[in-house]
Design a protein around this ligand. Sequence first.
Ligand SMILES: [Zn+2]
Length: 292
Amino acid sequence: MIKFCNERVLSFELDYLDVMWEIEPTTEDVQEYQFFVERSEAEAGPWLQIAGPLVDVYRFRDNATPQITTNARTLFYRVKALHSPTGRIVYSPLFDQEGPISLHAKEMVRLERVLFEEFVAIHCWIFPRRTFGQRCPNCYDDVLDKVIDDSCPTCWSTGFSGGYHHPISFWAQIDAPEQTEQVSLEDHRRVLYYQIRCGPSPALKPMDLIIDHQNRRYRVVTVSGTARLGVTVRQEARLVQIQRGSIEDKIPLKVDTATVKRFPEKVFTNPHSLEAAEPDISSIFGAYGYTP
Ligand SMILES: [Zn+2]
């Protein structure tokens, strides 16, 4: 099978994005391959096929990208190659406008990953919010041009049908919350702000929904982070916990609770722990491997 290389997205216009890819030199007949370009707003899909079949074509101009309305949107692309005689399929890696990650940055991400997965992270899921697509048929008013039901179960009050893309599981460090009491004439409201830290993938953006293993549900408020040569290597975000009883509590997270891990499995263990000792108190020498 062919191998993809040098995938990239470039454009200096708002009206289109140029999606380009190459394949590594091969002795196969490239005429037997059909290419399909797929696009998604989230790394886990759902993927929309936007072009294909293309034969011996390595460039596509995507002029259907809604880019003008918001800054907080990253479009991910991948290219599917179908080998027509055998029906076998191979995908390119995901790519976006940020471009490929450098070797230095890869090592930074790996070291951070050791920190997260061995010491500080807990299990979280992110629901990337839809920012374009089909308007909600249930609650979106075409005339007023806005959502007219704050607790709509079709779009979870996002205004777009389905509301969110597929959830993505990841490990992240969440700090203890900053607790604030918002006092008004009518009521008191306890607002909890959290700091979260994680690797570059999955990409966070404001208004995304995050759920942790305690079923605390958060709205992403701000996202910042560290970049190397323009490629994100680490993300930090500020979250606010969603008030219990909101429509977001009804969004189903379809995981098997019997198999969910709250923390990542440790790769490094300490062989000098007391678990190696004989638990019977009468054999204090058990710690030294002595059995009477
Ligand atoms: Zn709706």
